[in-house]
Design a protein around this ligand. Sequence first.
Ligand code: GCU
Length: 472
Amino acid sequence: MSRFAVSLFLAAAPALLSQTSADIPQPKNWTAAEDHQNMMDQLGIKALRPGPSGNESAPNHANYDEATANPFPNLPDVLTLKNGQKVTTPEMWWNQRRPEILEDFDREVLGRVPKNVPKVTWSVTQTVADQTIGSRAVTAKRLVGRADNSSYPLINVDIQMIVVTPAAAKSPVPVMMMFGGGRMPGEPAPAGRGGAPPAAGSDPPSTEQLIADGWGYAYINPASVQADNGAGLTKGIVGLVNRGQPRKPDDWGALRAWAWGASRGLDYLETDPSINAKQVGIEGVSRYGKAALITMAYDTRFAVVLVGSSGEGGVKLHRRNWGEAVENLTATGEYHWMAGNFMKYGASEATFGSKNAGDIPVDAHDLIALCAPRPTFISYGIPEKGDARWLDHQGSFMAAIAAQPVFRLLGAKDLGRSDAYKTEKMPAVNVSLLDGQLAWRQHDGGHTDAPNWKYFIPWADRLLKHQPPTAQ
Ligand code: GCU
């Protein structure tokens, strides 16, 4: 800089500074209803169809009749390009079909991660080395991933993660990353939450099973990335990038933001020498089951996924009329999970007419296919124990069946069933389909994946060729 330029800069600096702070728009403090209405206005939607009720005794309860469950029986073919050409080679999948599917999910369903999403810098804020998990010594770290907010200092995003590895490991360990707040080893449960010991006869917690098998685990806290409500869309990482202002129709929703957060967690794990970053998996249940599937679908660095009871927006076909529906996802309670554009598919009255589930260019089978050929375990429980019919177990199995051809094309093994997704019936409860990279198991418990961990771990070990430590 010349001396003239320097003095000009110095003279202008105070003005620049004051201009910057005056120019920073305050974040919008809308309710979910206000933000939802704003997105309807942006899209020219005048009315949305109401979603069915999850209360089975309510007059407007969801459909549970197989006879009317398939109003759109034909799924978009996972191995046909938009131009009608069949995908016959792995190259065509990777270079043509996969990008087409991702673009549809980005634009219409989940929203795009913005190009200018800030960099995240991780730091370890606490290390604990004197604790055990299920009697095995562990090393635990608490981390914070701080998103650069220099473009909008009014919003902070500090991603919270906990990483726990077996102390006895002699080489880098595989790690399961799980969506959830989680606790450091030895840290007491907050009063009234999660403190109860497991019921007699139930399996040890997943954390104990993983450590005993020579895995590490990590908790990534989704709430520290993006709030689980519409009012939060002008805050969190979505709000930070938008400088506190509302989303555009193809901006990301909370599910895509949570998945992005998990990917940033994996960035850290790649720098940690105690971890084999080529063997990091992702897990979640329910809304976090949806997020786990999406994480795996988008970020091919994740090696394995356990998708717990994910339902609508996860493994369940949008095109099925059973339990939760597209119209539930487009309402004020859930639209924030999705791209704004997704609301079009629940519109009964709009400038573009009306659209429904049958108009979505992609469906759940495509999302499962994006995980191929990496090991993908789909887990459910049973309605009798609380894994409600609302989730549509059969519709989820049909999606998995329809994803099979992609696993085979890429040299992986499928569920071992025919590709006839319209007629294939899901296996009985507790019958495992675990021979291949695409796997299915409906356990006899409730809305949890806990009873499936003891099937998941040996299955993942076999496919990732992980040797558990010899029993001590
Ligand atoms: C509701 C919602 C589901 C979701 C579940 C959960 O039941 O309809 O889509 O998966 O909450 O996350 O617990």
